[in-house]
Design a protein around this ligand. Structure first.
Ligand code: DC
Length: 224
């Protein structure tokens, strides 16, 4: 198997990128990196420390004080923020509501992209996010751009989190997804956009197994 292969998976919020990326990494024996978890951890730091996303000096200072680390166990993402495990907390609504604003900040993106590129230097890696095939690894040999019907995405997300968070409604989730789609695609810095050489995967009517097979076929076709 060749070395330093990057599989870049981008797409809208809650359309199953991480499910696919994890399954693919497992099959290929690659490392899985959830780049969204990094933006979420930064958003958590900003929330906790009242960082103003308009205040560039404060942002630069905050970024110097943020240390992120991944610990992959069974292809599940465990991320630490300054040594504290925050994997659960970054999935809660306060962070979900803040993260688009934080991930639109130029300084934040510059720093995260730098760290992500470093991770891709020495490893076979599957990374999912919004700008992986465009900004982080524009030369990735395999790029997949995922999409799905917003109502289906909201329902999946609801099914996933309502047992743990029974107070969250389907409507709130739908609105959060629509809001993030809008922010992700219209921000100035690295907006969510399909790389010209990315394969589109619409999984509205696909099971996780079917989408994995779709991606594996593409990867195998490229002889990776
Ligand atoms: O994939 P996710 O929903 O956990 O991502 C959280 C947020 O981070 C999402 O609103 C967009 C942003 N993000 C980004 O701007 N660039 C990435 N590479 C990954 C995520």
């Amino acid at each position: 198997m060749s070395n330093n292969i990057v599989v870049a998976i981008d797409g809208y919020s809650s359309c199953g990128k991480s499910t696919l990326a994890k399954a693919l990494a497992k099959k290929l024996h690659y490392i899985y990196v959830d780049s969204g978890a990094m933006y979420r951890a930064v958003a958590l730091y900003f929330l906790r420390n009242n960082i103003d996303t308009q205040n560039h000096a404060q942002i630069e200072e905050a970024l110097k004080n943020i240390h992120l680390n991944f610990h992959s166990r069974d292809y599940e993402t465990h991320i630490t923020l300054n040594g504290e495990e925050v994997s659960e907390e970054i999935r809660q609504m306060p962070v979900s509501e803040k993260v688009s604003e934080v991930s639109a900040v130029k300084e934040v993106r510059r720093e995260m992209v730098k760290q992500q590129q470093r991770m891709g230097q020495s490893k076979n890696i599957v990374m999912d996010g919004r700008d992986i095939g465009t900004a982080v690894f524009p030369d990735a040999p395999v790029k997949i751009f995922m999409t799905a019907d917003p109502a289906v995405r909201a329902q999946r997300r609801y099914d996933e989190i309502h047992l743990k968070n029974p107070e969250v409604t389907l409507e709130e989730i739908f609105e959060n997804i629509a809001h993030r789609d809008y922010q992700d695609t219209t921000r100035e810095e690295s907006p969510l956009i399909r790389a010209h050489d990315a394969i589109i995967l619409d999984n509205t009517d696909l099971t996780p197994d079917e989408q994995l097979q779709f991606a594996l076929d593409k990867v195998e076709k490229l002889g990776v």
